[in-house]
Design a protein around this ligand. Structure first.
Ligand code: NAD
Ligand code: UDP
Length: 316
């Protein structure tokens, strides 16, 4: 069945892949974005398609649109971006969620909220399962993002309890791939760009902190499976790749794969940087029959090729 689908943050990294997937599946897609961290270039190939429309607007501003489904992704995701204007980040996450929940209520639309592994804070438990309530500093530099995302989850559940909305919450773990901006500031793009340019690889702290990286195609299939699942499935559901690696080993892997002469330098660890992060994806496997299929080596290879092409095209 053809659906009318709103994707907020659709010109960003994940949003642009989601829009492409939904248009290719035959749906009508309205992409709403204020281009604060996303780019028109990310959705350029879709602009000629009659089933795709792009609207430059803030997610917190009033919107009326006939929609069957809403994927609410609008929010800066890189620590560099979300800490640049932290008050704006909180407003985007909280007021944006309210605006989209109200639209879903008026339209009787199903709503998907892009939540995050950050809601677990600096987790004392590993791997993190959905039953873990987290370890979050409410006044730290990451709070504008993780506390605001926690509040958005609260709002989504209260609209479900109070108004019977059909809701889906995905807790997204670190995801990477093409369409991440070269200057986005997240670790995978930083290390690849530094390695390709022969610049020093900036490992924050001793590099023993861990992350688990999911390739974007796997993540998008998880989004759609969750959205398409039956109403009793609300989430929150963890989506991520359980393959865990230290940041230092990631740097070494990228140096090897690019054949770079870059050396590793250690710089100061930013505030409240989580020491470990690894998803327990048993719930996604059981409820959605979803698990990632692309290994870190394969995904990094594709991402390196993409960023290499971009840097060459830009002549840098
Ligand atoms: P991104 O920064 O590439 O994309 C975010 C998009 O939202 C951008 O296009 C940006 O311009 C837009 N946006 C920001 N504020 C807006 C506003 N006020 N109004 C309208 N548009 C606005 O980041 P991403 O990695 O694609 O993340 C997308 C979503 O997924 C975010 O909600 C993020 O919190 C969540 N997430 C991502 C990851 C990841 O590893 N990529 C992990 C956890 C959660
Ligand atoms: N990191 C790093 N060097 C960089 C960018 C990030 O060592 O140039 C580290 C960062 O301190 C964190 C991990 O890599 O421990 C992941 O950072 P990212 O900003 O990608 O996302 P996070 O998971 O922290 O939100």
């Amino acid at each position: 069945m053809t659906k009318r689908i709103l994707v907020t943050g659709g010109a960003g990294f994940l949003g642009s892949h989601l829009c492409r997937h939904l248009v290719e599946a035959g749906h009508h897609v309205l992409c709403l974005d204020n281009f604060s961290t996303g780019t028109k270039a990310n959705v350029e190939p879709l602009l000629a398609n009659a089933r795709f429309a792009l609207k430059c607007q803030d997610v917190t501003d009033p919107l009326e649109a006939g929609v069957d489904e809403i994927y609410n992704l609008a929010c800066p995701a890189s620590p560099l971006s979300y800490q640049r204007d932290p008050i704006m980040t909180t407003k985007t996450s909280v007021l944006g969620a309210i605006a989209m929940l109200e639209l879903a209520k008026r339209q009787r639309a199903r709503i998907f909220q892009a939540s995050t592994s950050e809601i677990y804070g600096d987790p004392a438990a590993s791997p993190q399962s959905e039953t873990y309530w987290g370890n979050v500093n409410p006044i730290g530099v990451r709070a504008c993002y993780n506390e605001a995302k926690r509040c958005a989850e609260t709002l989504v559940f209260d609209y479900w309890r109070q108004h019977g909305l059909r809701i889906k919450i995905a807790r997204i773990f670190n995801t990477y791939g093409p369409n991440m901006r070269a200057d986005d500031g997240r670790v995978v793009s930083n290390f690849i760009v530094q390695a390709l340019r022969g610049e020093a690889i900036t490992v924050y702290g001793d590099g023993r902190q861990t992350r688990s990286f999911c390739y974007v195609d796997d993540m998008i299939s998880g989004f759609v499976r969750l959205m398409d699942s039956g109403d009793p499935i609300t989430g929150p559901v963890n989506l991520g790749n359980p393959e865990q690696i230290t940041v230092l080993d990631l740097a070494k892997r990228i140096i090897d794969m690019t054949g770079s002469r870059s050396r590793i330098v250690h710089v100061a660890l930013p505030g409240d940087d989580p020491k470990q992060r690894q998803p327990d994806i048993a719930m996604a496997a059981a409820l959605l029959d979803w698990r990632p299929s692309i290994s870190l080596s394969e995904g990094l290879g594709r991402t390196i090729a993409h960023l290499d092409g971009e840097l060459r095209a830009a002549g840098v």
